[in-house]
Design a protein. Structure first.
Length: 436
């Protein structure tokens, strides 16, 4: 009998170790996947602020080059809801794993081809049209990425730490951003102006092919989530997940979309817009500003796990309400710090904004999926996430530039405050969910 008990205990320990190892691989696949996908997405944002306008639009209209570059930046956000619907449909019908592999392929191919595009001098008006097409492809790919990565993590959650496991996909954006800006910073340091504008900016896009290959290897090696397998066994799939989301779950879709608006506004105002403003209006060298962004994004990376841990202890709603209120106040700090101070003050604003981005972003990795049942969760969470992107980010750099031109820098701060107020009210109207 003692021998049987010992064998049983050993079996349980082996099963736990195997389960822990499996969860580790899944978390790694979720983290690395979002890191690579957001790296792809962010290198375009950096390029838009530095080279896209003068490379793909005519030199005869230099005043509109920056605005045109920011408009192409926004195209991907319009495509992301389409990607969330497309990949969400198959993610809810076929499975999370295979859908995530497909989304990464679309994203990686679009990004790599941007690095090989001819410029305006070589191809004329065809160049910006091809750029817009591939930027649209980036949006389609990323539209299916975040929701699937979040489900991959939380549907393997061993219970009790939902926000903590949902946090790992949220770490991908700051890591991807750090790598993207670090690479651009390295290129600016190593290359002269002519070489960077001619071909150097293309390197981060071409490197994406290698990174995507790594991500695909990790994702094909994992298994389907147990929550989805159980839903399949109970034959809970719906024929058209989007129709079910709109018909039955419209309220949480709207709430989730509005809840994430502040995250997007904080991030893209403090990165894409601030980079363009700092280089052109403040005459801060591009390398110096990218260096400050690389430092500031560390605050986002540190704030993300702190916020997730607080969410597991106190609930996601209190954490989101508090962080949204702080974000609203940060809008008033933008003019004196970004516009009136030296490099120390600029770095302080970037660090505050990205730190608050981490506080608001982390709990949403668990909260948004928990708003929807398993059979429409991929579609619902992805759609909420990406619809929020249209509201909070698609035109954020463009609108910020318009507000700057017509009202001055304080109005850009008011943009952040308004976005924070919208998210605060959306979260306030929610009820806590038990999650998957």
């Amino acid at each position: 009998m003692a021998g049987n008990a010992g064998a049983s205990a050993a079996s349980r320990r082996g099963g736990m170790e195997k389960g822990e190892a499996g969860i580790g691989r899944i978390v790694l696949a979720s983290l690395v996947g979002t890191t690579i996908e957001f790296y792809d997405f962010y290198i375009y944002g950096t390029a838009a602020a530095l080279v896209i306008g003068q490379t793909f639009f005519p030199q005869s209209a230099p005043g509109s080059q920056a605005l045109n570059a920011f408009l192409t930046f926004g195209i991907a956000f319009l495509a992301r809801p389409i990607g969330s619907i497309l990949f969400g449909h198959f993610g809810d019908r076929i499975g999370r794993k295979s859908t995530l592999v497909a989304s990464m392929l679309v994203m990686g191919l679009s990004t790599t081809l941007i690095g090989a595009l001819p410029n305006y001098a070589q191809a004329g008006a065809l160049a910006p049209w091809l750029l817009c097409l591939l930027r649209f492809g980036q949006g389609i790919g990323l539209g299916g990425e975040w929701g699937g990565a979040a489900l991959l993590a939380i549907e393997n959650d061993p219970k009790g730490r939902l926000s903590w496991f949902g946090m790992f996909p949220q770490l991908g954006p700051p890591i991807g951003f750090f790598i993207a800006n670090g690479l651009f910073l390295f290129l600016l340091f190593c290359l002269n102006e002519e070489s960077f504008l001619s071909w150097g900016w293309r390197i981060p896009f071409l490197i994406s092919a290698v990174l995507v290959a790594i991500g695909l290897y990790l994702r094909v090696s994992i298994s389907e989530t147990p929550v989805f397998r159980e839903a399949l066994a109970r034959n809970e799939r719906v024929k058209v997940p989007l129709a079910d989301v709109i018909r039955v779950h419209l309220r949480p879709l709207v709430q989730g979309s509005l809840a994430i608006v502040v995250c997007y506004a904080l991030f893209y105002i403090s990165t894409v817009f601030a980079l363009g403003y700092g280089v052109t209006a403040r005459h801060i060298p591009r390398g110096d500003f990218l260096g400050m962004l690389c430092i500031a994004v560390i605050f986002m990376a540190v704030a993300t796990p702190i916020s997730a841990a607080l969410s597991d202890r106190f609930g996601s709603r209190p954490v989101l309400l508090t962080s949204s209120a702080l974000a609203a106040l940060s809008g008033f700090a933008l003019p004196p710090l970004l516009g009136g101070g030296g490099n120390v003050e600029v770095l302080a604003f970037l660090s505050i904004a990205l730190g608050l981005m981490g506080l608001t972003f982390a709990p949403l990795g668990a909260l948004l999926p928990s708003l929807f049942p398993t059979n429409v969760r991929y579609t619902g969470a992805s759609s909420a996430y990406n619809l929020g992107g249209i509201l909070g980010a698609s035109l954020a750099p463009y609108l910020a530039q318009i507000l700057l031109n017509h009202g001055g820098l304080p109005w850009v701060g008011y943009y952040i405050t308004a976005a924070a107020a919208i998210s605060f009210l959306a979260v306030l109207s929610m009820r806590d969910s038990g999650g998957p």
